[in-house]
Design a protein around this ligand. Structure first.
Ligand SMILES: NC(=O)c1ccc[n+]([C@@H]2O[C@H](COP(=O)([O-])OP(=O)(O)OC[C@H]3O[C@@H](n4cnc5c(N)ncnc54)[C@H](OP(=O)(O)O)[C@@H]3O)[C@@H](O)[C@H]2O)c1
Length: 260
């Protein structure tokens, strides 16, 4: 929550945060919960990390926090996420933070690696969005988390970036399909290099230092930079749908300065 947010703006609202135990997701979970939201947090396998996130939230009291583990590729897991939300009230918001950096073990990605990335970064998220929208109340909100690589061209990112780019197109199609009287809004946030979760080790290794040293960006992103954009799309009575916001500090605009 920022100083400008009224307190409890999500009071009484039920959210599913798929991948909500991750680096960015845990920050979003904390912010929404502080703002009165009841949460169903999804994770794939790291139950210890998910339990820690839930325990921290529950220690502050407030609305319920439920956990659902398992791969979004499985229909029973998607059903369990939506059913858990339904048990808490009428589902309002879905944020799909689940993702797989899909780094090939060697050279170009194999067929299996590409299929896995497609399942993790596109199929699971979109099938969950569909199940969620069917259960959500009128005026619900869905946010899919893509990546800057899904909106700009980064060499060597085919396996990760193409399924993430597909999220952007799918969001527009679904926003059109679910708009109108029901008005379940669907938007996308595309983070840049963010000091959290799956990028933390790469940032620590210095892999991205050249972006700052070369003058493309002033600093790496913080999870709060990303969650601010997500929360904008989640605002009750929002009037924006089918859009993508890139939260990268300008990196995709200014990468050319590195080549000068
Ligand atoms: N961090 C960045 O710099 C960055 C930049 C651009 C885009 N993004 C995107 O932002 C999102 C969140 O990233 P993050 O850094 O917070 O990642 P993270 O820390 O690795 O967290 C990923 C979360 O998604 C869950 N998950 C992964 N695959 C899943 C699957 N198939 N089914 C169900 N749950 C699954 C993980 O569960 P387990 O922990 O149990 O595996 C975890 O809760 C991702 O979609 C990522 O692509 C991140």
């Amino acid at each position: 929550m920022t100083a400008t947010d009224p307190p409890g703006r999500f009071a009484g609202r039920v959210f599913v945060l798929a991948g909500g135990s991750g680096g960015i997701g845990a920050v979003l979970a904390r912010e929404l919960h502080a703002d009165g939201a009841a949460l169903v947090i999804g994770y794939r396998a790291n139950a210890t990390r998910a339990e820690e996130v839930a325990a921290t939230l529950r220690a502050h009291g407030g609305p319920p926090v439920e956990l659902v583990g398992g791969d979004l590729a499985r229909a029973d897991v998607r059903d369990a996420l939506v059913a858990s939300a339904g048990a808490l009230g009428v589902p309002y918001g879905l944020v799909v933070l689940a993702g797989n950096p899909a780094r090939p073990a060697a050279g170009a990605a194999t067929q299996d690696e590409m299929a896995q990335s497609l399942a993790d970064n596109y199929l699971g998220p979109i099938l969950l969005a569909r199940s969620f929208a069917a259960a959500a109340g009128d005026g619900g909100a869905v946010v899919l988390v893509s990546t800057m690589q899904g909106v700009a061209l980064f060499e060597g990112s085919l396996s990760y970036a193409a399924p993430k780019a597909a999220l952007v197109h799918a969001a527009r199609l679904l926003a059109k399909e679910w708009g109108g009287a029901r008005d379940v809004r669907v938007n996308v946030v595309a983070p840049g290099v963010t000091a959290a979760g799956m990028a933390e080790a790469s940032i620590r290794s210095g892999k991205y230092d050249r972006f700052i040293e070369g003058g493309a960006i002033r600093r790496f992103g913080r999870p709060e930079d990303v969650t601010r954009a997500i929360r904008f799309f989640l605002e009750p009575d929002g009037y924006v749908t089918g859009q993508v916001v890139t939260v990268d500090g300008g990196l995709t605009l200014r990468r050319d300065v590195l080549a000068r």
